[in-house]
Design a protein around this ligand. Structure first.
Ligand code: SF4
Length: 218
């Protein structure tokens, strides 16, 4: 696998995409949201937390805070209390408040639609920005690299990189741009349902024949 050229790897990836698309035809972002702002908040809360837990928390949160100004004006302690069960809540509450203050002050209360503007908001990194741009605005600016995407990209021999930024760059070179958002959904869905971190179900895996299973016991 180490001698696989970029051309061969790109061709193999094309073949990997076919069964993934067939297996997960409805793959989508599993964070519940109705607006770009709700998705931004949910994504900030999803760090080190399951989507399921975030969805439980946001059910009430989104009823209570309906605009960026609502979050910006809320006392920090109140936001901390409301997001407590997602973990790392002090940081998350601070980031939500800072991001929403910037949205109110610099963007007229609307979530900006460019990577450059999004990553200027407090506590919003490239991954969060990619989630918002790809899923709320339908813009493919990058590939979301979370723990599932990083694990699967490595096992599938698509990258040897270890940091999200470097993994993303390599995936962007391999995957056709119109599929960047969907591709991360396919890997995330496959990572949650088949290629689990501790117990990957390789025997029943839909892409087994195309997977070198890098880093795993043969
Ligand atoms: S063959 Fe195994 S390691 Fe490869 S993608 Fe499938 S479950 Fe994951």
């Amino acid at each position: 696998m180490s001698r696989e050229t970029l051309k061969v790897r790109t061709a193999r990836l094309k073949k990997i995409i076919v069964p993934l698309e067939r297996t997960y035809p409805t793959a989508h972002c599993e964070l519940d949201h109705h607006t770009p702002l709700e998705l931004l908040i949910a994504t900030i809360l999803s760090a080190q937390c399951t989507d399921k837990r975030v969805n439980i928390v946001t059910r009430d949160l989104f009823k209570r805070y309906r605009s960026a100004a609502n979050y910006a004006e809320a006392p920090l302690a109140e936001l901390e209390q409301a997001t407590k069960t997602t973990g790392f809540f002090r940081n998350k509450a601070r980031n939500i408040k800072a991001a929403c203050q910037a949205i109110v002050e610099k963007h007229g209360g609307k979530v900006p639609q460019t990577m450059e503007e999004l990553i200027q908001l407090g506590g919003v990194g490239r991954k969060t920005a990619n989630v918002v741009l790809g899923n709320a605005f339908g813009v493919n600016v990058g590939v979301v690299v979370d723990t599932h995407v990083a694990r699967l990209a490595y096992r599938l021999g698509l990258t040897k990189q270890k940091t999200p930024e470097k993994i993303e760059r390599e995936l962007m070179a391999l995957v056709p741009q119109p599929q960047w958002t969907l591709f991360s959904h396919w890997l995330i869905w496959h990572g949650r349902r088949r290629c689990l971190a501790r117990k990957p179900d390789c025997v029943n895996c839909e892409i087994q024949k195309l997977c070198p299973r890098i880093g795993m016991k043969k």
